[in-house]
Design a protein around this ligand. Structure first.
Ligand code: NAI
Ligand code: MG
Length: 498
């Protein structure tokens, strides 16, 4: 019997059985090459366990399983039954919320409170898409009296899905929800930094009663398994969330292989704009949440904070106090807001940006250093006196670091807000409804929050303008990314053409 489980322990749930194999055809298996890689706890920098690594050969096997399921048993399942299976999976996640959240905290480092919130959102998302399964409809159109025309929606086929490490379970739910409810099958690759929680969830896929091969979940590296998925000749669609640079590589791989459909959810450098007339206490709370939530590891993080000149000094002083009050530390402590960054590499990248900010002459209002001496913890950091052309104002930092700048007029801040290659999200804080709507209209971003931040919900489409991506996730809108359109024209007899 292959060694595809191990006993692990989390500080709050005690011991549990952690699957370590590749989940293919509803079974955990070793990879063909029998490779494994280590999983790190970012709070302690210690090895948690090793998991099996998928190589190209395993991707081939997983894709073949997904193809067989797509052409066979999954086609036989009615939309109603598809929805029931998905709802059952959601319920199993709900029943196992404690362990899923604990494993997420252990592997990713996010605070247990946030991890529990993530699992709640996973359940909500899966239930929402379960509800869509039997509501996919086509149309008919009258073209000519001796013809019958209908337009039908069909699943695309085998979907490759490549997800990042910042929301390991939630990104999985955002991806599999729309893919499965529309009748596709899936090969999903988790991020190499955080494979554990998805493998725990994989157990419930079988338990829920999905036919083998419908949902395959593999652990592995981007350059090996990720690249194999994006270049695969029998994958019909690839959906990706992660860095812009990898998004480009995936698009190229799709273009030079079988022209599989591509959707991308990439980075951001989102502006968070505070006008003189904003409720300042509220605005500070949302600005704080906008940047430091999930340790700044959010594609939509509000990293560029623009504050109007009338309240600038007061705002900076109060925001500094607020950031310093964020509790950084052990993710399993119930009061912790900010745990460690996910990996040594991310820690080093962020510290590199802090160094660049210092060298380019920005002022550190607070933070700027590591927190503690073990684990990848970084102090909540605020830079002021930041110019638009500085690296910290242009590039995605993906850590607890923000840049704050002053503006005078609405016209000026719209220009500043749009002065980026990205366009994922933005926020406006003001009590004036006219200002709120005018500025929201003028910002080139897929999501705008007014007097709040990070209010993401699965009923609302999410995705980017410009280099922040292609297509939208969530809402009804994502469904089209998982459906082909078939136009059928039926001749009802009558005279022969010509
Ligand atoms: P990444 O883009 O390399 O990783 C995301 C996923 O893509 C992982 O599953 C990875 O294995 C896979 N991948 C990597 N190279 C691939 C390739 N050539 N072909 C196919 N799949 C591939 O992101 P990374 O290196 O972990 O983080 C770097 C930066 O990316 C972060 O600092 C942040 O700026 C950004 N990022 C953005 C995210 C978002 O939510 N939009 C999530 C994670 C990272
Ligand atoms: Mg880890």
């Amino acid at each position: 019997m292959a060694n595809v489980f191990t006993e692990l322990k989390t500080p709050i749930t005690g011991t549990y059985k952690q699957p370590t194999g590749l989940f293919i055809n509803n079974e955990f298996v070793e990879g063909v090459d029998k490779k494994t890689f280590e999983v790190i706890n970012p709070s302690t920098e210690e090895v948690i366990c090793s998991v099996h690594e998928a190589t190209e050969k395993d991707v081939d096997i997983a894709v073949a399983a997904a193809r067989k399921a797509f052409e066979g048993p999954w086609r036989e399942v009615t939309p109603q039954k598809r929805g029931q299976l998905m709802y059952k999976l959601a319920e199993l996640c709900e029943q196992n919320l404690d362990i899923l959240a604990a494993v997420e905290s252990l592997d990713n480092g996010k605070s247990i409170t946030l991890a529990r919130g993530d699992v709640g959102a996973v359940v909500g998302c899966l239930k929402y898409y379960a509800g869509w399964a039997d509501k996919i409809e086509g149309t008919t159109t009258d073209v000519a009296p001796d013809m019958f025309h209908y337009i039908k929606k069909e699943p695309i086929g085998v979907c490759g899905q490549i997800i990042p490490w910042n929301f390991p379970l939630l990104m999985l739910a955002w991806k599999i929800g729309p893919a499965l409810c529309t009748g596709n099958t899936v090969v999903l690759k988790t991020a190499e930094q955080t494979p554990l929680s998805a493998l725990v969830l994989a157990q419930y896929v079988k338990e829920a009663g999905f036919p083998p091969g419908v949902l395959n979940i593999i652990s592995g590296f981007g350059k090996v398994a990720g690249a194999a998925i994006s270049a695969h000749m029998d994958v019909d669609k690839v959906a990706f969330t992660g860095s812009t640079i990898v998004g480009r590589a995936i698009m190229k791989a799709a273009a030079s292989s079988n022209l599989k459909k591509v959707t991308l959810e990439l980075g951001g450098k989102s502006p968070n704009i505070v006008f003189n007339d904003a409720d300042i206490e509220q605005a500070i709370s949302w600005v704080n949440f906008g940047i430091y939530y999930n340790h700044g590891q959010c594609c939509c993080a509000g990293t560029r904070i623009y504050v109007q000149d009338g309240i600038y000094d007061k705002f900076v002083a109060a925001f500094k106090k607020r950031a310093e009050a964020n509790k950084v530390g052990d993710p399993f402590h119930h009061e912790t807001f900010q745990g460690p960054q996910v990996s040594q590499l991310q820690f080093d990248r962020i510290m590199g940006y802090i160094q660049a900010g210092k060298e380019e002459g920005a002022t550190i209002e607070t933070g700027g250093d590591r927190h503690g001496d073990k684990g990848y913890f970084i102090q909540p950091t605020i830079f002021s006196n930041v110019r638009s052309d500085m690296k910290i104002m242009q590039e995605e930092i993906f850590g607890p670091v923000c840049a704050i700048a002053k503006f005078s007029t609405e016209e000026e801040v719209i220009k500043l807000g749009n002065d980026t290659t990205y366009g994922l999200a933005a926020a406006v804080h003001t009590k004036d409804l006219n200002t709120a709507i005018r500025v929201s209209n003028a910002l080139k971003a897929g999501t705008v929050w007014v007097n709040c931040y990070n209010m993401i919900h699965h009923q609302m489409p999410f995705g980017g303008y410009k280099a922040s991506g292609i297509g939208r996730e969530l809402g009804k809108e994502v469904l089209n990314n998982y459906l082909e359109t078939k136009s059928v024209s039926v001749r009802l007899g009558g005279a022969l053409f010509g």
